[in-house]
Design a protein. Structure first.
Length: 57
């Protein structure tokens, strides 16, 4: 639940005070999980985009 709240805050969907409250409740474990999840999403998007361009040529 905290992951979706932080992501939606970065997109400007929530109030700044809600983001401050969520960031104060972050732990090292949550930061590591967030970092790993965002990296997996980014790598997946890059792989999908490269596969699309490689398969179309």
């Amino acid at each position: 639940m905290w992951f979706s709240r932080i992501i939606s805050s970065f997109f400007g969907i929530r109030k700044k005070t809600d983001l401050d409250k969520d960031l104060r409740n972050l732990t090292i474990q949550k930061i590591i999980i967030l970092f790993i999840v965002l990296n997996i999403i980014f790598i997946t998007i890059v792989i999908l985009i490269t596969n699309i361009f490689i398969n179309t040529s």
